[in-house]
Ligand binder design. Sequence first.
Ligand code: ADP
Ligand code: MG
Length: 327
Amino acid sequence: RAQSSSLSRSGLLSEVKTNIRTGPFSDHYSLIPGKELGRGKFAVVRKCVEKSTGREYAAKFMRKRRKGQDCRTEIIHEIAVLELAASCQRVVNLHEVYELPSEMVLVLEFAAGGEIFNQCVAERDEAFKEEDVKRLLRQILEGVSFLHKRDVVHLDLKPQNILLTSNDPLGDIKIVDFGLSRMVSNNQEIREIMGTPEYVAPEVLNYEPISTATDMWSIGVLAYVMLTGISPFLGDDKQETFLNISQINISYTEEELEQLDKAAIQFIKSLLIKEPEGRATAEECLKHQWLQTQEKNSVEEPAMQKSASTSVSEPASPEISSQQRTE
Ligand code: ADP
Ligand code: MG
């Protein structure tokens, strides 16, 4: 729990346990030339090798000044959240922190499989199968549940911030980028922190209070994108996207959704609900019927294999069929 850390009114943690190193980063790490793993507005992430161990890491270089503003407080908060989640397998591990004259460097566990974004936008034959999506979503929910239990909301859950330990074979997920994350507790209200337009919940657009349910909306969008490759609210411009979100203008009749278990759509619908109070929580999602079974009935089995030994008097198959409903 984060009780010992002091918490400012803005939902930012301000104390870290990590020893912030000030010596030259390059004494201890070699940057892999040309290996830029990603970049955001104010950060560049590069692959590096720790000289003493030969281990690979991802170094996130963050500028301390952005648009003339000192952002060290925000960076300290990001470090504190990573510390708070250190025991969670689904959140990227923080190895070390360096402070350079104009940058802070977060040395993170290297997620070799890259962003799930790549598979989300891939051709359908290279894209995730429904069984993959179920397993990865379960892992995402485990991570988010861990955070929500500790009053942390991520606020920027999207395919670019969900990484994989490996690509082929498909590994496990690691949640990254706590740059927009906040502590939420009952006696303070946090509003207007803007994530990425396509994944942002209606309450964010309406300047209404942000809560753990705000992340659950994004998980609904994430599930839709992982299953179909379609960003459900994306319009031609920001305005249109925001209008689609606030009107929950979404299609559940796309052909990409047709071949899926009906419970998948029910799962998404339990999250893409305008009122935050109406949305399923991470714990409820983990118990959702869609995420229970690993193999579906529709996975083709040689027809003879089963029926050969099944007599007519036997009770119905214990497998949960896709028609079965939870409510
Ligand atoms: P930003 O706040 O700029 O979005 P992120 O923490 O999301 O920064 O990192 C930007 C990108 O760098 C990610 O989307 C991902 O592609 C890559 N990246 C970040 N952390 C790692 C990591 N630990 N391993 C591999 N790639 C990473
Ligand atoms: Mg990011």
